[in-house]
Design a protein. Structure first.
Length: 353
């Protein structure tokens, strides 16, 4: 256990954290009395003697919240998305430029398809500059299945883009990490806090191709495929509130909850066949960061174009299928929410006053 110098942040849960160079930044969360906070702390790991610092930020910021997401975009911008301020579920997005002092939060006003309000989703940044918001639950406790990419264009304007394709299962309190251009989503729960089981516990979004994948290939229906084969890896990933990180082609998963059991296991998954330029650790000098920011904007425009083309193709295919099937009965198994999602059981999360 680490014992850093300096004044540590107060005890909290449902906060967000992101790595910035040799530091880890913590923002928000909810304390023992049920009150959320808006402070920003840094754990400096640069020297052998680790130290806590509270970051002074000028002007207005995201405000107190918990259940939100945060990551470092283009090795420069801390982006905080969604959450709950104790009164309502949020849909806003804020950015803090770590290369610009004094530090200030900027409320973003992105173009494009904006995500609905949510909490307990994940936000994961590709190393070349795209933030991917995945899943979560809305104000009614309904788990969400959509995914959105937040991209910054060369003119500095941010844009939300709805990811095409069909995700295997709605979920919240899951974990998601990038390996190259693929977002690996593990675990999570459905409405009422029931863990996702079987093949649905693992999903992959290929952001380069604009498709969701499971162990059988491209996902074409949200109806889970039954299997007589016992899959031990799927059982291992039946969990929620766990932590995940990727290093190179490996994914590390620790802890979480399975029902009322608190887990302390440590899992390692290998994704060796998939390597790309996005796996490289970028340089952190100013010139390299500026070049990366410019490259990230170009990548944003390219990804946005691919996703738009995929969505247009999907819409065209849907229209053709509709015209062919007029007068016939629709297969509800492919268009309706999963039965597990329709449970009227309450959420396992208490309301916060």
């Amino acid at each position: 256990r680490l014992h850093p110098a300096g004044d540590p942040p107060s005890p909290r849960a449902a906060h967000s954290a992101a790595a910035v160079g040799t530091m880890v930044v913590f923002q928000g969360g909810i304390g023992p009395a049920g009150h959320s906070t808006d402070d920003l702390y840094v754990l400096d790991l640069t020297n052998d003697k680790f130290k806590w610092h509270r970051v002074v930020v000028q002007g207005a910021g995201p405000g107190p919240r918990y259940g939100h997401c945060m990551d470092l975009v283009a090795q420069r911008y801390l982006v905080s998305v969604s959450g709950n301020d104790g009164k309502r579920v949020l849909s806003d997005a804020w950015a803090l430029d770590t290369a610009q002092k004094p530090y200030k939060w900027q409320k973003l006003n992105p173009d494009g398809d904006r995500p609905s309000a949510r909490m307990y989703g994940t936000a994961s940044a590709r190393s070349d500059g795209m933030l991917l918001l995945c899943g979560g639950r809305d104000a009614s406790g309904t788990p969400l299945s959509d995914a959105y990419g937040l991209l910054m264009h060369t003119n500095g304007q941010w844009e939300w883009t709805l990811a095409p394709g069909i995700s295997p299962s709605p979920r919240y309190q899951h974990a998601a990490v990038f390996v190259g251009a693929r977002l690996h989503v593990t675990g999570g729960v459905l409405r009422g806090g029931r863990a996702i089981e079987g093949e649905g516990a693992i999903a992959v979004l290929d952001t380069a191709a604009g498709v969701w994948l499971d162990k059988n290939g491209i996902v074409t229906s949200r109806t889970l495929k039954s299997s007589n084969e016992h899959d031990a890896s799927s059982d291992l990933l039946r969990r929620c509130r766990h932590a995940a990180a990727s290093v190179g082609s490996q994914i590390y998963i620790y802890g979480g909850l399975r029902g009322d059991i608190l887990l302390d296991d440590f899992l390692i998954a290998e994704n060796a066949p998939f390597q790309s330029e996005t796996d490289r650790v970028p340089s952190t000098d100013k010139k390299s960061i500026d070049m990366l920011t410019e490259a990230s904007a170009a990548e944003a425009e390219a990804v946005s174009a691919v996703w738009r083309a995929a969505k247009e193709a999907s819409h065209a295919s849907s229209e053709d299928s509709l015209s062919d099937g007029i007068g016939s009965e629709s297969p509800l198994s492919e268009t309706s929410p999963m039965a597990d999602d329709l449970d009227d059981g309450g959420s396992m999360e208490p309301d916060v006053k």
